[in-house]
Write a new protein. Sequence first.
Length: 328
Amino acid sequence: MKQDVMIHIQKNYQRKRNQSKQDLEMRKSEIYDMLPRIREIDLQIAKFSLDLSRLLLNKPDNLSEQINAHKQSIQHLKSEKKSILKAKGIPEIYLKEVHSCATCRDTGYDDDGNMCTCYRQSLIDALYHVSGLKEVLKRENFDTFDLSRFDDIPFGKERLTPKDNMKVILKHGLQFADDFSNHSRNLLFYGGTGLGKTFMCNCIAKELINSGVVVLYQTSFKLFETISEHKFNRQLESPENKDNFNLIYHADLLIIDDLGAESINSFTVTELFNIINTRMITEKKTIISTNLSLEKLSELYSDRIISRLVSHYDIFKFYGKDIRTKRG
């Protein structure tokens, strides 16, 4: 899936390069009409350059002398061209290709073959678009995560305070993001509303997107709406819905938020199993958050689903007071 994103970006870079060439040809035509001598000089330079290539290929006895003579001729022509353009107040760059990125010249890679910063930024921007989280991740990420919002006093019969519990979850969230490619487990976050489950999902998502991972975030309601439209309304299906449907199975990381908020029936249960099972088989990672308790999940979903969650997911309980009601 990431390869598809990169191919799309590469096509966009190719369009930029083609446009640069077209723009240059238009400017050349304009200058040639205004200053015919510039056309003559460019043709002569091209001829000398071609002759140089032939010399290097044929390697005559006086190769060095001929190469120097050709280079001097080319240099004289370039000096004359520069003087003509300067006299007319035309900058030299006017007859050169202009790229949106001078470092890679709109190829995406520098002269050493390394990915250009502009290409990396294009990739990240595309991945943010795929995830559907661009704006929210500006606010919700590991940099803005605030442990002080969690109480540091005992809560019910829980062994850890909400703050200490969140320290454990934060540690695992960071480890999941840092070692994503080698991580063999998925994540299940459960607990009441307003306890930071979605925030933690978003923190992990931002970290991974910034490292070039394809992430798709879907609420459970949107998830099954996407699947339903693809299966039962395919003739009228939008391209965006089709892309999202494919991403459900092929994104490097799928985040299913608020599981249990959808209409739970045989269709949604069957599709949920297909998603979990398929992604498990293909070794694609999944994070699920739910307001339901583990007991309620067991009541509402099939044993096959629960079995896979228990055996292939690291499960974390969120508890404490609703942090959204706290100021800070």
